[in-house]
Design a protein around this ligand. Structure first.
Ligand code: AMP
Length: 219
């Protein structure tokens, strides 16, 4: 099964994708995470991506599409995958369709997460990451057991470089301008599942993931 996670920054795509990975046994492919790893390791791809990621802008499509194509050719994707953070514009969505058509497969499900905008800003500002194991915490929603220390690695958590109010605004602007048409692209194919995810209605990533897994298993 091939799944795409859609939703603005901070809606919980990564959390839901991680739970779907456990429940469905599919690889979780986060393009943001691949770029961050390359930036940290100072690879050629990382050096190129850094200038865009630092400003909260999208990395050029040729680079991103090629990177995704290579990742989807890896062996762990033969039974499907969960894409998180890709596609981010209609060019990427069309390219993905072509990549999958060559493999005689297609996207089966697009999970579209919606969170009120004021909550998005709060969630992103409260996000912390373990620099070692990359586990993501949230100082409001998913606190570590002690202070700002990773439960597993016992190292101080850090904030993502692009999780500042200014950069978040640029990223959200790009999301509403370039990425919302992608949701419509998939809506026209009848494969979008809309999900509200918000403290105000007491609905969290765990609830969304559980419902998706149940509906897939009961099909
Ligand atoms: P994310 O963790 O998904 O918010 O991504 C972090 C950064 O990585 C983004 O602000 C972009 O600079 C880059 N990035 C991630 N996914 C894509 C994509 N599909 N297309 C272009 N750039 C991306």
């Amino acid at each position: 099964m091939n799944i795409i996670m859609m939703g603005a920054q901070g809606t919980g795509k990564g959390t839901v994708a991680g739970l779907l990975k456990q429940g469905l046994g599919l690889p979780h492919i986060s393009t943001g995470e691949i770029f961050r790893k390359n930036i940290q390791e100072n690879t050629e791809l990382g050096k190129m991506a850094k200038q865009y990621a630092d400003e909260g802008k999208l990395v050029p499509d040729e680079v991103t599409n090629e990177m995704v194509k290579q990742r989807l050719n890896e062996e762990d994707c033969v039974n499907g995958f969960i894409l998180d953070g890709y596609p981010r514009n209609t060019n990427q969505a069309e390219t993905l369709d072509n990549i999958l058509a060559e493999k005689n497969t297609q996207i089966d499900l697009v999970v579209n997460l919606n969170t009120p905008q004021d909550e998005i800003i709060e969630r992103v500002m409260a996000r912390r990451e373990c620099p070692k194991c990359k586990r993501v915490y949230n100082m409001i929603l998913k606190k570590p057991k002690e202070g700002e220390i990773c439960d597993d690695c016992k190292v101080a958590l850090t904030k993502r470089a692009d999780d500042t109010e200014e950069k978040l605004q640029t990223r959200l602007d790009t999301f509403f301008k370039e990425t919302t048409p992608v949701i419509e692209y998939y809506r026209n194919k009848g494969i979008v599942r809309d999900e509200e995810i918000s403290i105000s209605i007491n609905r969290f990533g765990e609830d969304v993931a559980r419902d998706i897994i149940n509906s897939i298993e009961n099909k």
